[in-house]
Ligand binder design. Structure first.
Ligand code: SF4
Length: 206
């Protein structure tokens, strides 16, 4: 994908810490949108490669029966910003600024134009807001499947909370139950069923 070569060479944001992190250039009708890589993903060279990723892939393995390797090779993994924003003054990772998000948006737009996904999985509040706009509270959108027009494509959207260890939302009610509902919606989505059936997971887990 030419777009990925352009992405890999991008140094447009002076405050971002490289390298650019992105998933492999696979053709997939399912598109996952994260927030931004953390401090370890650049060295490892793939998104969600550290502790939050462990939680995310455990959710997928337990609920969808798709392990990390299969997930990475079947679902396009993207993010609102593709470089590590650095640490925030108050601790934790800095959120990408509106200017950085705008700069990086061209890569998301280009990917959506090429892939024409049918299912988008935004992970965490920032990613959800990029797809759905101002959505209010997580309680109002997690556990629901919505239809949205996004960068010219009409897509199903099933949002997930951010799996970061810093967040407790998905560990306590109602977050715990809403997360399970969201994962069940993902499992039942036609594109996910197709993927699971190609990999023989439907036959094993129903
Ligand atoms: S965050 Fe996006 S736009 Fe900014 S330097 Fe990294 S790849 Fe380029």
């Amino acid at each position: 994908m030419l777009l990925q070569s352009e992405l890999a060479r991008c140094h447009a944001c002076p405050d971002m810490i490289g390298p650019v992190v992105h998933g492999p250039p696979i053709m997939s009708r399912i598109y996952l949108l994260g927030q931004a890589p953390g401090p370890h993903e650049g060295k490892i060279g793939k998104p969600f490669a550290w502790t939050a990723g462990k939680t995310l892939f455990r959710w997928f393995e337990e609920s969808l029966g798709i392990d990390e390797e299969n997930f990475r090779s079947s679902i396009y993994m993207s993010a609102v910003a593709r470089c590590f924003p650095g640490k925030a003054k108050g601790g934790g990772d800095r959120k990408p600024s509106p200017e950085e998000i705008d700069r990086c948006e061209k890569f998301v737009r280009g990917e959506i134009e090429i892939l024409q996904p049918e299912l988008v999985i935004p992970v965490g509040s920032l990613a959800i807001s990029r797809v759905l706009g101002d959505f209010g509270k997580l309680d109002g959108v997690i556990g629901k499947k919505m239809r949205a027009k996004w960068h010219g494509a009409t897509v199903d959207v099933i949002p997930l909370p951010h799996p970061s260890g810093a967040s407790t939302w998905h560990r306590v009610e109602p977050g715990k139950s809403l997360l399970l509902r969201a994962l069940d919606l993902l499992k039942k989505h036609p594109r996910m069923r197709e993927l699971r059936s190609e990999r023989g997971e439907d036959a094993r887990s129903g």
